[in-house]
Design a protein around this ligand. Structure first.
Ligand code: ADP
Ligand code: MG
Length: 245
């Protein structure tokens, strides 16, 4: 018997202005699993992540978190988002809050964690990513790589069941990409369940337990990175990989 998946997307359909962007997509993510979505721009990676975080409503199908249907309209979206951490390409830190206040905001406001306890945990997390000494700074005093690591720490601070990462290195200068990818690799070693959209194939190969290639809102091919990235069986996957290297 296998455990229930943390995330289960079942026949998810999403249409924008009559144009299908997700075509009845099925995808499960097991506990401790790292699933990486690859595919050309416009293939539906961000839309899928946004549907999971209820930033978009699905037109058909269902999304389950720990077996609970979160796409049921009676669900409180804020309560669902409190169980999912999401990090975007543009780090989206609150500019008027210090690093520490960015990280403690959700635990204190949403999860009703005591302020002192939230600060203790935030400083512990910041220390782990080498940023404890920047806790009192405002985001604009930090490099892009540091801001993105704070955004990841902020996502972790609420101890979410699942972390969604959408092209988190795309806006970074090349020399800052490595420090962010190293942090994500460490989260994987700790068993964090993650669904990641990325253009970094080397990174996908390194952290993915499973790679899913999306094309036109469908998963065309999926499997371990060693197979999908090195010996793709589908012509579309092959074309995509040839174009990007
Ligand atoms: P990816 O992240 O793989 O680049 P997206 O999920 O961003 O792909 O986009 C998939 C398709 O959906 C694209 O054709 C995009 O233009 C369209 N799309 C995404 N968001 C919206 C929106 N809010 N309104 C209309 N079309 C959208
Ligand atoms: Mg995208």
């Amino acid at each position: 018997m296998t455990a229930d998946p943390v995330l289960s997307c079942q026949a998810v359909r999403k249409t924008f202005h009559g144009r299908p962007v997700l075509h009845g997509l099925d995808l499960d993510v097991a506990e401790h699993e790292v699933v990486v979505l690859i595919g050309a721009s416009g293939s539906g990676k961000s839309t899928l992540l946004r549907c999971v975080n209820l930033l978009e409503t699905v037109d058909d199908g269902a999304i389950l978190l720990d077996g609970e249907e979160i796409t049921d309209p009676r669900h409180d979206a804020d309560r669902v988002r409190a169980r999912i951490g999401m990090v975007f390409q543009s780090y989206n830190l609150f500019p008027h809050l210090t690093v520490l206040d960015n990280v403690t905001l959700a635990p204190v406001r949403v999860h009703r964690v005591h302020k002192a306890e939230a600060r203790r945990r935030a400083l512990e997390l910041l220390d782990r990513v080498g940023l404890a000494d920047r806790a009192g700074e405002y985001p604009d005093r930090l490099s892009g790589g540091q801001q993105q690591r704070v955004a990841i720490v902020r996502a972790l601070a609420s101890s979410p069941r699942l972390i969604l990462l959408d092209e988190v290195t795309s806006a970074l200068d090349p020399e800052l990409v490595g420090e962010v990818l190293a942090l994500i690799a460490e989260l994987k070693r700790e068993g964090t369940t993650m669904l990641i959209a990325t253009h970094e194939m080397g990174f996908a190969r390194q952290v993915a337990d499973r790679v899913c290639f999306l094309d036109g809102g469908r998963i065309v091919e999926q499997g371990p990175p060693s197979r999908v990235l090195s010996e793709p069986s589908q012509p579309r996957t092959r074309q995509f990989l040839q174009r990007i290297v």
